[in-house]
Design a protein around this ligand. Sequence first.
Ligand SMILES: CCCCCCCCCCCCCCCC(=O)SCCNC(=O)CCNC(=O)[C@H](O)C(C)(C)COP(=O)(O)OP(=O)(O)OC[C@H]1O[C@@H](n2cnc3c(N)ncnc32)[C@H](O)[C@@H]1OP(=O)(O)O
Length: 263
Amino acid sequence: MLRQGLLMARGLCQLMSNKLSDSLHRNIMKHLNGNTRSGYAWTSLQNIRAVTMSPWPFTPSQPRDYSLPNASWSSEMQRLYEHYNNMCEMETEGGKKIKGAWRRLPSYNRSLKYATGGQCLSKLLQGKARIFTRNIEEQGAGFEYVVFINKQEKTCVCVFQAGHLLEGPPGHVHGGAIATIIDSVTGTHATYLSGPVMTANLTINYRSPIPLGSVVLVHSSLDKTEGRKTFLSCQVTNTDGSKMHTEATGLFVSIGVGHLLGL
Ligand SMILES: CCCCCCCCCCCCCCCC(=O)SCCNC(=O)CCNC(=O)[C@H](O)C(C)(C)COP(=O)(O)OP(=O)(O)OC[C@H]1O[C@@H](n2cnc3c(N)ncnc32)[C@H](O)[C@@H]1OP(=O)(O)O
């Protein structure tokens, strides 16, 4: 039990150390160091900070990345994926590849298991948990999407193909499924900008229905940040931008290390 507790605390520290205040982090590490009689060699604060400074905790070299193309993707979905993906890496005149303005975010079906320091937390908190938007096994039946982030412009775009299991009104996408993809895209964007956050408010206006099976673009942009609050706007349009399907605004509040543990 003691070992599990210590592992869990260490996982939390690794996952969130770049967002902890120095004093809170020092207190947690002091506490951990005071409980290491069993001989675990704890990494120092500096070492932990050094390995966790990446704003996005996932690396692309993990099991199935759901944001990569699969056979269910329509030609329009594939075309837009390639459009944004080509802007992730650019080739110079000399043939050298350099980083572009955009970055594709990998996506997994578990929130913590594949994050830095999250594996033991994932087991302890809820081993059977799966990401809501990634838990339909049949390809193309549910949410098919890929998210790209533009760090300089602080914008984010998601190419989303809505599958037949997302029906609401006959032949069209359920409003809850639209809210889900908006929450996921803006929540991902806010996490990328501000570290761990939770949705405090999401206001949605549905302007025109989205046909099942169609591909739409979900755009998210930063309005402002105020202390712990990140305000984002979101528009869902058809792929040439001529039709507005949905508009939304979201407020995301940064959370501390204990919020999800009820501490
Ligand atoms: C964690 C590790 C992740 C790592 C892996 C990353 C994976 C990345 C993929 C993410 C992709 C999925 C993204 C899904 C995201 C969800 O769906 S989250 C689930 C739905 N949301 C919830 O369940 C949240 C429930 N609510 C809460 O837990 C708490 O109310 C909150 C939102 C954390 C805020 O509570 P709090 O921390 O005590 O903050 P509080 O002092 O009440 O408010 C702070 C400020 O916000 C304002 N505020 C709070 N609520 C509101 C509101 N509803 N309206 C207006 N203002 C408000 C307050 O007035 C205050 O303002 P100031 O006084 O500072 O000006």
